[in-house]
Design a protein around this ligand. Structure first.
Ligand code: OAD
Length: 274
């Protein structure tokens, strides 16, 4: 795509306080599969609706634990993309609040401080009985570095038992939000405050189908705050967004948020619209 039109660039450049709301598409070009795009491997065999539930945990904690551990180890091997890095760089010249539905740590590894992980993190753990936090460094296979230096992982989860909680002996679970569970209240409050404070809300790579995260951009729309969507596809938000950039995050964000020194990545044809 070519550089976005000047009006959109000006909107991004002039914003002083920005809230970035990211979803699975943000990390798609890093190799993390999205949830709802057809044909992506990870969910072809294990659907999140089946495994990301308290019922699945109750029925077979070992299976759910192994699946999450396998995903966490996969993410460890992947790297932030140019979209994550553009968001991190943006903080050099505006107040940028990153609120993500993603459970990966690619925003952080690109250099952003994430204000809220609305759906938790693949790298945080707690006891499923007493709730005590469990340190990630005690989880087998998670501490051993990132990127290509990691030993290869199996192509699918091998069964592993969840560790025992040192406090009560209960099985340790991933500190992610499962379907039917409430989001961490503090994270939701921080996200809502960031949206209220923003003079620009940038929504990247989310289908806008999962509540309450999906309502955050609509709150901004209701307040009259400009909302820009970056997504190669139409979403539930598209009719409400002020501007839409029809491209992937890794391509669009470096063009929308060029480095302060004015250097621009090579440009191709744009596909932006209202
Ligand atoms: P989805 O899988 O529902 O949507 C991914 C979105 O990313 C779609 O709108 C795609 O068009 C878009 N997309 C794909 N590739 C992209 C790219 N390269 N750049 C930008 N966008 C791209 O993911 P989420 O909306 O994040 O919840 O899903 C929300 C929640 O549903 C997840 O956090 C998870 C899931 O079930 C829980 O696990 C609680």
């Amino acid at each position: 795509m070519e550089a976005p039109d000047p009006e959109l660039l000006e909107l991004a450049r002039s914003a002083r306080t920005v809230t970035v709301l990211s979803g699975a598409g943000m990390s798609a070009e890093s190799g993390v599969p999205t949830f709802r795009d057809a044909g992506t491997g990870l969910w072809a065999r294990w659907s999140p609706e089946e495994l990301a539930t308290p019922e699945a945990w109750d029925a077979d904690p070992e299976l759910v634990w192994s699946w999450y551990l396998w995903r966490a180890r996969q993410v460890r091997r992947l790297r932030p993309n140019t979209g994550h890095r553009a968001v991190a760089r943006w903080a050099d010249r505006a107040r940028v609040h990153v609120v993500t539905q993603n459970v990966d740590d690619l925003h952080e590894r690109a250099g952003s401080r994430v204000l809220a992980h609305l759906h938790g993190s693949l790298f945080a753990f707690r006891c499923s009985v007493c709730g005590a936090p469990f340190p990630a460094r005690l989880v087998p296979g998670l501490a051993a570095g990132t990127g290509a230096q990691r030993p290869p992982d199996p192509p699918e989860p091998a069964r592993e038992r969840p560790p025992e909680c040192p406090a009560c002996g209960g099985p340790v679970r991933p500190a992610v939000v499962w379907f039917g569970e409430l989001l961490p209240e503090e994270a939701v409050e921080r996200a809502a405050a960031a949206v209220a404070e923003a003079d620009l809300v940038l929504v990247v790579g989310t289908s806008g189908l999962v509540q309450p995260a999906a309502s955050l951009p609509l709150v901004a729309v209701g307040r009259g705050t400009p909302v820009v969507e970056v997504n190669p596809e139409d979403t539930a938000l598209t009719p409400h967004a002020d501007r839409t950039v029809r491209a992937g995050a890794a391509e669009a964000l470096p063009l929308l948020l060029p480095p302060p020194d004015g250097r621009r990545p090579a440009a191709r044809r744009p596909s932006t619209g209202r």
